[in-house]
Design a protein around this ligand. Structure first.
Ligand SMILES: [Zn+2]
Length: 221
């Protein structure tokens, strides 16, 4: 939700939160936070006015396409950023190969309660394709819907992304029912007989199928 404000304890917690946002949040989604000790405040002296600094995470954790693994990436430069910052670009480099950079364009401002942080650019561009294993198993039409869902999400159009995702689920719901039926049998969950399963699969109502899947899928999943 755009208006949610998250309570943050201190500078370290805010850095950790921003590490997650840099890696996982879509562009333009605003992170609003509140707290008294979230920034580094330097009082005014005879030589200078008071300043406020935010601290970027020194390390983020994400996949490196060259190393083909999830690894630590180090910030290239000073983590301390004077607020309100003008739009700014910061680069992280994969610690393993030292050869792969990722740059984030960010905007970070201070508010009365705390601050607002968001990213408005990322280079290389966020991955627009599903992960390799998933790509190999999707039909061409599903792959196209899934890719569009990811594109919508990157630009913070979450509801539009859900519409495309739903199409993929609809296209594969019969396979999901078969899988759920087998899982229910294996786990001893009371499952309908095969006839009921086949009837649900023939039904044109997507919600009938989802209701059956819900009954069959083990609770721990
Ligand atoms: Zn690497």
């Amino acid at each position: 939700m755009a208006d949610t404000i998250e309570a943050i304890k201190d500078v370290d917690e805010l850095s950790r939160r921003i590490a997650d946002i840099l890696v996982n949040w879509p562009l333009y989604r605003q992170f609003r936070y509140a707290g008294n000790r979230v920034h580094i405040e330097t009082p005014a002296s005879v030589y200078s006015t008071s300043t406020t600094h935010g601290r970027l995470p020194k390390v983020i954790v994400k996949e490196c396409g060259i190393c083909n693994a999830v690894l630590s990436w180090d910030l290239d430069g000073d983590p301390s950023l004077r607020l309100p910052g003008s739009p700014d670009v910061h680069t992280y480099v994969c610690r393993n190969c030292r050869n792969t950079p990722i740059a984030f364009a960010i905007r970070w401002v201070k508010t009365e309660a705390g601050g607002v942080f968001f990213k408005f650019g990322e280079l290389p561009a966020p991955e627009r394709r599903p992960p390799k294993e998933l790509r190999a198993n999707l039909q061409p039409e599903d792959l196209e819907f899934y890719t569009r869902a990811l594109e919508c999400r990157h630009f913070n159009y979450g509801l539009a992304a859900l519409g495309y995702m739903r199409r993929v689920i609809e296209n594969r719901i019969d396979d999901i029912l078969d899988l759920a039926y087998r899982a229910a049998k294996a786990e001893g969950i009371p499952a309908p007989d095969l006839h009921e399963l086949e009837t649900a699969k023939r039904s044109r109502q997507f919600t009938d199928k989802l209701d059956l899947a819900k009954k069959l899928i083990p609770r721990r999943l």
